[in-house]
Design a protein around this ligand. Structure first.
Ligand code: ATP
Length: 495
C-alpha cells in the first residue's frame, strides 16, 4: 500500500468537540458529574452506529452463503472465562504515582521510557527494574511509585445480595467500630464461608463477544446443519476494566464488538489462504463498503514473541487516528485452542463430524474482530472536513444518519405545513429524514452539512403550485428542481 502523501488527520479535539456539539455522542450520566470514560450515543450517533452495523452485516453475513449469526447474553457461567483463560490471564500491570495519584499501565510506561518489553516478567523483577532505573511519572515527573500489581480486566457482579463483599466488609468494620476487634475462630469461619459463596456466585461481564460463539458451537451445528467451512458472526457489548481508558471512544470500558469466528478443517482448507481472504474482505469493507481512503490504514503483523500463545498469526489493521496509527481491527488464527479448551472444561464433545467421511475433528478458527466504537471514531476522522466556509461530514450515502432534510423556505404562507406533510409521508415510507425550520435557509444547509445529510429539500412557493421542490447536493452544493414523488428514491438509494 502506498503511504506517500498521507492525509493529515483532523485533530482529536476537533472531532470530540464536533461529536459532542452535534449530539453524535454525549458524556455518560453528565447531569450527575459523569462517570469517567463512559459515553452515550445521541440520536445521530445511534443512526450512524446502526448504519455501520448494517454495512458490516451486509458485507460479512447477508451477501455470503457461509455465514450464520448469534446474539448471546452478556452474562455467562463463570467457567466460560476459566476455560478461555481470562480468569487467570486477562489482567494488566497496574502502577500508581504516589505523588499525583495518576494510574498507569506499568508495561506501557516502561516501554515508553526504558524501551524494555517486560512481558512474562514477574512482579518483583519489574519493581526492581522501576526502582533501579528511576522511572519518572509521565504526568508530574515524580519518582515515587507504588509496587506493581495485576488488575483484572474483567468487571464482575454477583447475584448474592446478602453475601457480597461490600456487606462482608461493612460487617467487619462494624465489629471494629464497636470494639469487637478480635474475631474468634467462628467469626473467621463464618466470613470465609460467605466469601466462598460469593466466589461461587461471581458473574463476569463478558470482556469479548467471541467466547459465546465457541460455547454455542455444538448447538449451531445441530440446529443449522452447518458444514465446514463456515463462520459465525456476532455484534454485542463487551466490558473491559481498562487501566487507562482514553482518546474519547477509542478505548472505553463498555464497548461494542463485531466479531466473526470462521471455522474450517485444516486438512481440507489452507489456513493461510483463508487468512488472506478474510484480510482482503476486511480491507474491501473499509474501502468499498465504507468509502475509506486506503492511505488511512496499514497492516501490522504481530511478531511471534508478542502474539497470544494460542495464535499462529495475528495481523492488525491500524487506522490513521490523529494520535497515531492505532489498532482498529484484529485478525487472528486461533487454531483449535478455544473449542479444545471448552471441550475440556465442559467435558462435552465439541467436535465436528465430516458428513462425507465420518472423520471427527475439532475445527480450527480464524477471527476478525473490530470494535464498533473505534470504527465509529475512525469514520468521523475519515469523513469530517473543515472547509474554509463550512464544516462537512462527507459520509457516504449508506452511512449518513439522515438521507434527506426537509426545509420549508419560510414558516408562513402554508410552506411549513406543506413541508411537514412531505416529511411525515417520507418517514412513513421508511425514509430516514430530518425536518428543520429554525433559522435562515443558509444556516440550515450548513447544519445539515455537519450532520452529513446528503440532500436538503427546500419547500418553496413553487412547491405549492406544481408539487416540485429544490434538492441540494451536500458535496457539490448544486441545486435542482425535482418532483415530490422523486424524493423517496433520493432518500432510499441516493440519486
Ligand atoms: P488493544 O490492544 O487496543 O487493547 P486488543 O488487542 O486488546 O486491543 P482485541 O481483544 O483484539 O483488542 O479486541 C478486538 C477489537 O475490539 C480491537 O481491535 C478494537 O477494535 C476493539 N477494542 C478492544 N478493546 C477496546 C476498548 N477498550 N475500547 C474500544 N474498543 C476496543
Amino acid at each position: 500500500m502506498d503511504k506517500n502523501n498521507l492525509v493529515d488527520p483532523i485533530n482529536l479535539k476537533t472531532i470530540v468537540d464536533f461529536a459532542l456539539r452535534k449530539g453524535f455522542v454525549y458524556p455518560g450520566s453528565e447531569i450527575y458529574g459523569g462517570l469517567a470514560n463512559t459515553w452515550d450515543f445521541g440520536p445521530k450517533g445511534v443512526l450512524l452506529k446502526e448504519n455501520l452495523k448494517q454495512a458490516w452485516k451486509q458485507h460479512f453475513v447477508y451477501q455470503r452463503t457461509d455465514m450464520l449469526e448469534l446474539d448471546a447474553g452478556i452474562l455467562a457461567n463463570q467457567k466460560v472465562w476459566e476455560a478461555s483463560g481470562h480468569v487467570s490471564a486477562f489482567a494488566d500491570l497496574l502502577l500508581d504515582c504516589k505523588e499525583c495519584k495518576s494510574r498507569f499501565r506499568a508495561d506501557n510506561v516502561i516501554e515508553d521510557q526504558l524501551e524494555i518489553d517486560v512481558e512474562g516478567w514477574n512482579l518483583e523483577k519489574i519493581d526492581n527494574l522501576i526502582s533501579g532505573k528511576k522511572m519518572t511519572c509521565p504526568k508530574c515527573g515524580a519518582k515515587n511509585w507504588t509496587k506493581v500489581r495485576f488488575m483484572s480486566g474483567m468487571f464482575e457482579t454477583n447475584r448474592d445480595k446478602i453475601n457480597n463483599s461490600v456487606n462482608i466488609l461493612t460487617e467487619i468494620l462494624g465489629k471494629i467500630k464497636n470494639g469487637e476487634i478480635y474475631l474468634n475462630s467462628e467469626d473467621i469461619k463464618n466470613l470465609q464461608d460467605k466469601l466462598e459463596t460469593q466466589e461461587q456466585n461471581r458473574i463476569y461481564l463478558r470482556p469479548e463477544t467471541c467466547q459465546a460463539i465457541f460455547v454455542q458451537f455444538k448447538n449451531i451445528l445441530n440446529t443449522e446443519r452447518a458444514r465446514l467451512p463456515f463462520g459465525i458472526a456476532q455484534i454485542g457489548k463487551s466490558f473491559r476494566n481498562e487501566i487507562t481508558p482514553k482518546d474519547f471512544i477509542f478505548r472505553v470500558i463498555e464497548l461494542e464488538q463485531m466479531e466473526i469466528e470462521y471455522f474450517f478443517d485444516p486438512e481440507k482448507d489452507n489456513w493461510e489462504t483463508l487468512f488472506d481472504q478474510l484480510l482482503e474482505t476486511m480491507q474491501t469493507f473499509l474501502t468499498q463498503k465504507l468509502g475509506f481512503n486506503e492511505k488511512n490504514f496499514i497492516l501490522f503483523e504481530h511478531p511471534s514473541e508478542k502474539r497470544s500463545h494460542y495464535s499462529k498469526k495475528t495481523v492488525d489493521i491500524l487506522y490513521n487516528f490523529s494520535f497515531g496509527f492505532k489498532e482498529l481491527w484484529g485478525l487472528a488464527y486461533r487454531t483449535d485452542y478455544d473449542l479444545t479448551q471448552h471441550s475440556k472444561f465442559s467435558s462435552q464433545d465439541l467436535s465436528y463430524s465430516d458428513p462425507q467421511t465420518g472423520k471427527k475433528l475439532i475445527p480450527h478458527v480464524i477471527e476478525p474482530s473490530v470494535g464498533l466504537d473505534r470504527l465509529f471514531l475512525a469514520t468521523l476522522f475519515e469523513f469530517l472536513e473543515d472547509q474554509e466556509t463550512r464544516i462537512v461530514l462527507k459520509l457516504p450515502f449508506n452511512l449518513a444518519p439522515y438521507k434527506l432534510a426537509i426545509l420549508p423556505l419560510m414558516k408562513k404562507d402554508g410552506l411549513k405545513e406543506k413541508a411537514e406533510k412531505i416529511y411525515t409521508l417520507l418517514r412513513k415510507k421508511g425514509v430516514k429524514c430530518d425536518f428543520d425550520d429554525t433559522g435562515s435557509i443558509g444556516k440550515r444547509y450548513r447544519r445539515q452539512d455537519e450532520n452529513g445529510t446528503p440532500f436538503c429539500v427546500c419547500v418553496d412557493y413553487q412547491t405549492l403550485q406544481d408539487e416540485t421542490v429544490t434538492i441540494r447536493n451536500r458535496d457539490t452544493m448544486e441545486q435542482k428542481r425535482v418532483s415530490i414523488d422523486d424524493l423517496e428514491k433520493y432518500g432510499t438509494v441516493g440519486n
